[in-house]
Design a protein around this ligand. Structure first.
Ligand code: GNR
Ligand code: NI
Length: 172
């Protein structure tokens, strides 16, 4: 197991759609374990392989970060089959540091995926789980939450991130 480096905006690898997983081998099982460890360490409630520079369709989610209450979930090739309703909720992303914004997404979704043992699952999700799954599936498609906010808010973030990089460059 290892804690992996999380790519940050504007890394171009975050924009690349990830490949479907055909065979769940040791490499995928190791990656899933590393994603969970990296997510708990960050800490975050979800993490997609895209964020650690592995362009394959696996994401992990756990809404409970407390060690005793953890409920790790691994999703291989997750797809949204159906989405219902819309709600605005504040989001953040480990790949978009120091910025949060309200994002409009479905309130309830049906997701199909495979578990790490290869068995198919279909789940109905709502609330924070629905939110996290939509966010992670977006990562697998090369989409960040800042792609789903108003152009003005995105502009504000981009300018702020550019300035932060400038400061880093001149102080390091
Ligand atoms: O830790 C995270 N919190 C979060 C809060 C609201 C909506 C989405 C998220 S996912 C984020 C971790 C992350 O960046 N996953 O890709
Ligand atoms: Ni994210």
């Amino acid at each position: 197991m290892a804690i992996l480096e999380i790519l940050k905006y504007p890394d171009s690898r975050l924009k690349k759609p990830a490949k479907e997983i055909e065979k769940i081998d040791d490499g995928i099982r190791d990656l899933a374990a590393d994603l969970l460890e990296t997510m708990y360490c960050a800490p975050g409630i979800g993490l997609a392989a895209t964020q650690v520079g592995q362009p394959v369709r696996v994401a992990v989610v756990d809404l409970f970060s407390q060690e005793e209450k953890r409920k790790p979930m691994v999703f291989i090739n997750p797809e949204i089959l159906e989405g219902e309703g819309e709600e605005l909720l504040e989001e953040g992303c480990l790949s978009v540091p120091d910025f949060t914004c309200e994002v409009k997404r479905h309130c309830r979704i049906t997701v199909r995926a495979r578990k790490l043992d290869g068995s198919p699952i279909k789940i109905q999700a709502e609330g924070l789980l629905a939110r996290a799954l939509q966010h992670e599936i977006d990562h697998l498609n090369g989409i960040l939450f800042i792609d789903r906010i108003s152009p003005l808010k995105r502009h504000i973030y981009r300018r702020k991130a550019r300035k932060a990089r400038e400061v880093q460059r001149t102080t390091s």
